[in-house]
Design a protein around this ligand. Structure first.
Ligand code: ADP
Ligand code: MG
Length: 267
């Protein structure tokens, strides 16, 4: 498994933002994490992306327990393993698209303009290389962010509401990019409110108040492969010893996120 969460919690005072969640994700899987606002999705992503540490439990990435790494090793894991895409684009306003991508290279200690141009070309933006973020549409800005996330050829792309600020046309462009990355073998974990975005993933888990409330597969082959490799349904704390036994079907759920973007009009 590329990612293993073992009884992970994040606790703020009385609030269990993520509550005793266990989850494994193999290399190459495309997973969506859904749930209403405040359900703990970003908190979970930040722990997976080594931007935050769990209060309890452990995160293992590519065989290394994150909490046992030294600062240098942790920096290497962040650099070499993970590409981050956010809802808010976090582009530097006074730098061009090309320079914004090159910033990521700078952090990886390889500044190579040709490679940065290639990353922009991969997201279809070579012609916009010298535009400032303000001169780009929202969709184009998000594509710059994806180019930036791709610069180190990460094994895993973590995208937190990557289409949250985009119109439908740009949402499709971003989804096509994720699809292409998935085909190339990249592991993708995407947090989303949007049922369409979630349905593109092979597997979907749902959080509510930091607790797992459902798991669903959209790709039965991927499921069979996962289970054959010993993969288990995600689970929350006590559930594994109690209600949800090993081998039980994962909890099914109706998808209340469906109405979030479509206003419920679409089915
Ligand atoms: P989501 O991304 O699903 O909307 P978040 O992970 O951002 O949810 O937040 C989950 C819960 O944790 C929310 O109730 C939020 O207010 C709380 N929370 C998040 N970060 C902090 C923090 N740094 N300090 C205190 N509470 C926080
Ligand atoms: Mg969030």
């Amino acid at each position: 498994m590329l990612l293993e969460l073992d009884h992970v919690s994040k606790i703020y005072g009385e609030l269990h933002a993520v509550d005793d969640l266990s989850l494994t994700v193999p290399q190459g899987q495309w997973l969506a994490i859904v749930g209403s606002s405040g359900s703990g999705k970003t908190t979970l992503m930040n722990m997976i992306g080594c931007l935050d540490t769990p209060s309890h439990g452990s995160v293992t990435l590519d065989g290394s327990r994150v909490d046992e790494l030294r600062a240098r090793e942790l920096a290497d894991v962040r650099k070499n393993l993970i590409g981050l895409v956010f809802q808010k684009f976090h582009l530097v306003p006074h730098l061009t698209a090309l320079e914004n991508v090159m910033i990521a290279q700078y952090y990886h200690s390889v500044v190579d303009e040709r490679q940065a141009r290639e990353a922009l070309a991969r997201v279809g933006l070579e012609a916009r290389a010298h535009h400032l973020p303000a001169q780009l549409s929202g969709g184009e800005q998000q594509r710059v962010c994806i180019a930036r996330a791709l610069i180190n050829c990460p094994k895993i792309i973590l995208a937190d509401e990557p289409t949250g600020n985009l119109d439908e046309a740009n949402e499709h462009v971003v989804l096509d990019l994720l699809r292409e990355l998935h085909v190339q073998g990249t592991t993708i974990i995407v947090v989303t409110h949007d049922a369409l975005v979630a349905s593109c993933a092979q597997r979907q888990i749902m959080l509510n108040h930091g607790v797992l409330v459902g798991e669903q597969w959209h790709d039965e082959n991927a499921r069979a492969q996962y289970e054959a490799a010993g993969g288990r349904p995600a689970f929350t704390g006590a559930a594994v010893h109690g209600a949800q036994h090993e081998g039980d079907a994962p909890i099914a759920f109706a998808d209340p996120t469906k109405a979030a973007k479509t206003g419920g009009a679409e089915d």
